[in-house]
Ligand binder design. Sequence first.
Ligand code: C5P
Length: 317
Amino acid sequence: MLADSSAGPCSSLNTSQTVCCGAKPLRSQTVCLPCPAKLNIFLEVLRRREDGYHELDTVMLRTQFSDTLTIQQREDDQLSLRFSDATPDHLRTGVPLDGSNLILKAAEKFRERFGVRHGADFILHKQIPPESGLAGGSSNAASTLTGLRDLWYPDAADTVLHEIAATLGSDINFLLSGARAAVCSSRGEIVTPVPLKVKLFFAAVRPNQGNSTGAVFRGVDFTTPRLCSDGVVDCLKTGDIGTLTRRVFNRLTQPASVLNSEMSELMVAIQSILRRPVFMSGSGSTVFVVSEHRSQAVQDLHTIEVRLRRKGWLLEV
Ligand code: C5P
């Protein structure tokens, strides 16, 4: 759901083309889309809701770190999902390829909603690890919706895609919105884009163990006063990165640290090496530092990788 329609719709690189095969033209329809990872630079859990979800005030950023999803039209009405050959083995673990994957769920919902019975092969080139707080699966679902619109139903309205997205998960609407930055409220599905004054850079790394989102939410302490995203939003609007670093906050860090000691040890280690605050995205287990500019992020990442012998990512927004 878009609270403000100023963000453009997410679009795909449509590689549809007519291929000549002998005398008979054969229409080959393929779309290839990035599925960007999101980063939470502010996340407050306001209250537990009747439906079991939690009311949020969170600021999400769309990064340039992404999976890639290729969708190929099929002659029949089957839906299939596989990894690209280049997807590393360690990123395949924990990502189902059956009907429980959000890509196939999104495709089924799209067909149901628009009354189409076409089939498609989905090829997922995975780069974003699962259970990382980077919304890899949600981003795959968002790109499925925009890709299928391009292939099957160009008239599908943004509002309808957003309705489908909201039934599939809490982070999908933000990724569908195409906004670089937004305040997301309710379960996370109400998206209010925020203009970004400058480019943002983060050095991020993930411990081996991921976090279960549901388990992390169940550990939230509601006895302390709640914070508000306004301060972070002001920094994004003015481009004041120095102040931003002091305002980044995530209410889920405490319960996630209790559940994942490897993650909390990693945060302590990075903090002592870089002497700067370390934060967690979403429900984790990705942790990150805010860098003032690109060259500092490159240096931060290099330092983390060398000192901790662990591969990380430079996240650019
Ligand atoms: O919406 P999504 O499927 O990404 O959420 C995964 C799990 O995270 C939910 O089943 C729920 O346990 C928890 N969650 C929550 N409140 C939110 C978002 C997620 O409790 N606003």
